[in-house]
Design a protein around this ligand. Structure first.
Ligand SMILES: Cc1cc2nc3c(=O)[nH]c(=O)nc-3n(C[C@H](O)[C@H](O)[C@H](O)COP(=O)(O)OP(=O)(O)OC[C@H]3O[C@@H](n4cnc5c(N)ncnc54)[C@H](O)[C@@H]3O)c2cc1C
Ligand SMILES: NCCCNCCCNCCCN
Length: 489
């Protein structure tokens, strides 16, 4: 299947497009060993395909990255299961692996993965803000969001969430907040921007609430997400450090995939499970070019940024709450720290900037980024100690991600996710950016991997009748019902 120069090309694809039915196994190349690529590869292998997974990094998991250098797991990418219930496509796997969850929020919270059960908000002078004010401003924020729905019905043209807010404030001056309440409102906005990984002046008011939120609230993966990807990767033919640079659709021989060091892989089909950021930057060339509608979807979907700065301290010196926040006059200057001690018992705070702030911090050295996070902490807890160790993510500039996850930009339709997913001949597309219902999530990406596998199998099933290809849902990732282990109900 693999060869190393353009001159000596191995012809190992089964000749799917020839007239004769084939009795050799159909072959597929999956590009990208994130959760979507792993799910697709596993399901296709279970369906009797010969599967080769090409991964640019020297590890699997993609935007799932559990770091163990503190001596215990810390997720530097995804860390929540959004929708901690049996309806989640990942629930059965997580339950079977016995991975505990710590629920940080119930359903329908205005803060998505948090609620107001366990937190401490401070102003820049270190004064804690009374919970009554926080709850009251939360209600105002919800009212503002509700009012933006009326605005979008009135205007034919899309606009940003920020612009819609300002129209609402003009009309409903009683919703405007002054002084400390204004700063708390900015903090709510900062958390909305964190959820979408984009600034409110870039998020579409038409589409921001199109995604589906599964029931069950939001559960932190207490032992990290790594065991999920490790279990999916088991037994697969994964070629690490294989960065794909070209995908060629061939007339009679399926697909040829070429890596940056000129290795060539031929197969009957390919699943493209590389991140949208990578596709947008044209790091993978398609020959012939992808159809216009597909190129347009790649161009029009937007990728945001969110990073994590994990600070490992000798001891806990902060309040025993799930998160700490700093309010400020603009959402850009607000801060948010996740207290991992609450869920895991380890003295770690994770500072999470998003949008423009995440991009700006990503241009700093890791030391400067960690100092910036500690500075925000010292504003509210002047006796904060220096961390023993720190970790800094770089999702926006890492050329294997080039962004954190997808969001709906102003003037662009939510249908683009489906367009990005739609196959082109023998090319199937998977990944969070192809998920209409749950974009930007682990479970959404996982579901698209299974879907791509299922569509790929369907395309081949007629031609490979004799082989009796199995349904493209491997037994070990089926919907067996085991209960999730969840604390903080
Ligand atoms: C900071 C952060 C926090 C998040 N928090 C959460 C959360 O709490 N809960 C949640 O549900 N989701 C969260 N997400 C989103 C979630 O991580 C993603 O939606 C999901 O992991 C994406 O999976 P994927 O398989 O689509 O893409 P990826 O995981 O990015 O996989 C794509 C793979 O393709 C590889 N690749 C790239 N280019 C090439 C190439 N040229 N050739 C070969 N391989 C290539 C990459 O290395 C990668 O392994 C978060 C993301 C980030 C960054
Ligand atoms: N409160 C911390 C925010 C962590 N970000 C997780 C967001 C995961 N995806 C959101 C999907 C939005 N479409």
């Amino acid at each position: 299947m693999e060869s190393t120069s353009d001159q000596s090309i191995s012809e190992s694809s089964s000749g799917f497009l020839s007239d004769q039915p084939s009795c050799t196994k159909p072959s597929v190349i999956v590009i990208g060993a994130g959760i979507a690529g792993l799910a697709a590869a596993r399901a296709l292998q279970g369906a009797s395909f010969k599967v080769t997974l090409l991964e640019s990094r020297d590890r699997v998991g993609g935007r799932i990255l559990t770091d163990y250098s503190f001596g215990f797991p810390v997720d530097m990418g995804a860390s929540w299961l959004h929708g901690a219930s049996k309806d989640n496509p990942l629930a059965s796997l997580i339950a079977r692996l016995g991975l505990p969850l710590y629920r940080t929020s119930g359903d329908d919270s205005v803060l998505y993965d948090h609620d107001l059960e366990s937190y401490a908000l401070f102003d820049m002078e270190g004064l804690q803000i009374c919970q009554h004010l926080v709850a009251k401003v939360g209600e105002v924020f919800e009212a503002l969001l509700e009012e933006t729905k009326k605005v979008r019905e009135e205007f034919a043209e899309d606009m940003s969430v920020m612009k819609a807010f300002s129209i609402v404030m003009e009309r409903r001056p009683e919703l405007r907040q002054e002084g400390l309440a204004h700063k708390v409102l900015q903090w709510y906005l900062c958390r909305l921007e964190g959820w979408f990984a984009a600034d409110a002046d870039n998020i579409s008011v038409q589409s921001w609430d199109e995604e589906e939120l599964l029931e069950g609230g939001h559960g932190l993966m207490v032992r990290g997400y790594a065991p999920v990807v490790t279990s999916l990767a088991e037994g697969l033919d994964i070629r690490l450090s294989h960065r794909v640079r070209k995908v060629v659709r061939r007339r009679h021989h399926g697909v040829r995939v070429i890596t940056e060091d000129a290795k060539i892989f031929d197969a009957d089909a390919a699943v493209i499970a590389a991140p949208l950021g990578v596709l947008k930057a044209n790091l993978i060339k398609f020959e012939p070019r992808l159809p216009d509608w597909k190129e347009q979807a790649i161009a029009d979907l937007a990728v945001g940024n969110e990073n994590k700065i994990a600070l490992f301290f000798e001891t806990v010196f902060w309040p025993n709450v799930e998160f700490l926040g700093v309010v400020a006059p603009t959402s850009y200057s607000c801060s948010y720290f996740l207290n991992l001690h609450k869920a895991t018992g380890h003295p770690v705070l994770v500072y999470m900037p998003a949008g423009r702030l995440a991009n700006d911090i990503e241009h700093l050295s890791d030391e400067a980024a960690a100092s910036f996070a500690v500075l925000q902490l010292k504003r509210i807890l002047p006796n904060a100690t220096e961390p023993l160790k720190f970790l800094v993510s770089h999702w926006g500039t890492d050329k294997s991600s080039l962004g954190c996850y997808t969001y709906d930009a102003v003037g662009k339709s939510h249908d683009l996710y489906e367009r990005l997913r739609t196959p082109v001949e023998t090319l199937f597309f998977a990944g969070e950016a192809t998920c209409h219902n749950f974009p930007g999530t682990v479970h959404g990406a996982f579901a698209t991997g299974l879907l791509a596998a299922s569509e790929c199998r369907k395309q081949f099933v007629e031609h490979f009748k004799e082989l009796n290809l199995q349904p493209a849902m491997a037994d070990d990732i089926s919907n067996e019902l085991l209960p999730l282990q969840i604390s903080r109900m």
